[in-house]
Design a protein around this ligand. Structure first.
Ligand code: HXC
Length: 298
């Protein structure tokens, strides 16, 4: 159960955020928390019904929100949605690239078009949104005083840090997203005072992604490992708030992993008791064998 926010309610006061994929899952929670902390939010998605329901829920919380239909794969949609955001709210401070596509498939069952589809949504879509948003995010004079530009936040994943079964397309797509985050942080951080960061969520309960990647029908012993516990959408939204607020003003080009350390986990091959015992024995043995080593003649 998520606790209340530890941040002050006005940390994003006066800011305007556009969140792609903001109508559901992690994107909607980021939209909600940004709104609760003072921002006006525009959410972008492909399905009108989903957007309408999300906007109604946001407004219920007293948040200034609009829903804009569009597909991040279409450059004209990206440009139109950004223009509409500016028309409605007058400015843009934060772009969150949360739109993503996913399904499980082994490489031999994944056509090049299936691979390309996910790259198009996640990687090219993220770049397209950034490219079209630049003219609104760059503000003031570069290099003059504290950060004057806006912020980009790219939602990534951890699966490409190693390799993930049935996720070759998503791994490639998210690796590209992380690379885009670093390159834009360097170039637009330097030239326009725009901070570009990412968040790599672990498995988050109640999201469309988890319903696809870990459906009930697929639950097995692997999902019961102690570290394999689900995070909450709230965990990701709090990381987003930190990065979007002044608390993160010196953070640029990083992708913050928010997964409880899951990506580091491996099965334990030997128990603590066994390792204690064995390690002492090995020490003892190596000392004894050192004594019997013939001394080297220099
Ligand atoms: C193999 C598949 C497939 C499957 C689709 N394809 N599903 N191949 N197994 N299960 C192939 C199709 O055969 C086709 O290739 C190509 O992909 C495009 O499929 P379309 O259905 O035409 O695409 P489209 O209608 O544009 O839908 C895109 C989509 C869909 C990605 C397939 O799932 C979608 O709209 N997703 C958005 C919502 C979503 O997935 N949210 C979860 C994000 S979670 P051919 O060769 O036949 O033409 C997330 C978490 C990441 O991103 C972190 C992970 C840890």
């Amino acid at each position: 159960m998520a606790i209340g926010s530890p941040f002050k309610a006005d940390i994003l006061k006066g800011k305007v955020a556009l969140i792609t994929g903001g109508g559901s899952g992690i994107g909607l929670e980021i939209s909600t928390q940004f709104g609760k902390h003072g921002a006006a939010v525009a959410i972008m998605g492909r399905r009108r019904q989903v957007l309408d329901a999300a906007v109604a829920a946001l407004r219920q919380e007293g948040i200034r929100a609009i829903g804009l239909e569009g597909d991040v794969r279409k450059r004209e949609d990206a440009a139109r949605v950004l223009e509409a955001t500016i028309k409605h709210f007058g400015r843009l401070d934060i772009l969150v690239n949360g739109a993503a596509g996913n399904f499980l498939a082994s490489p031999e069952d994944l056509s090049p078009n299936g691979f390309r589809t996910v790259i198009d949504i996640d990687s090219v879509g993220t770049y397209t949104m950034c490219y079209e948003a630049l003219k609104y995010l760059k503000k003031g004079e570069p290099g003059k005083g504290p950060s004057t530009g806006g912020l980009i936040l790219n939602i990534s994943a951890t699966l490409h840090y190693t390799a993930a079964w049935y996720q070759i397309h998503v791994s490639a797509a998210k690796a590209a997203v992380d690379s885009i985050t670093r390159s834009l942080a360097l170039e637009w951080g330097t030239d326009y005072d725009i901070r570009v960061n990412g968040i790599a969520p672990g498995p988050i309960e109640g999201t469309p992604g988890m319903r696809k990647l870990a459906p009930e029908e697929m639950k097995s012993a692997h999902y019961d490992r102690p570290l394999y516990r689900f995070g909450e959408k709230w965990d990701i939204a709090m990381a987003a708030l930190y990065l979007a607020s002044d608390a993160g003003k010196y953070v640029n080009g990083t992708t913050m992993v928010v997964d409880g350390g899951l990506w580091l986990s491996h099965p334990r091959h030997i128990s603590k008791e066994e390792v204690k015992e064995l390690s002492r024995q090995v020490e003892k043995k190596s000392r004894t064998s050192d004594v019997h080593q013939p001394s080297s003649k220099l």
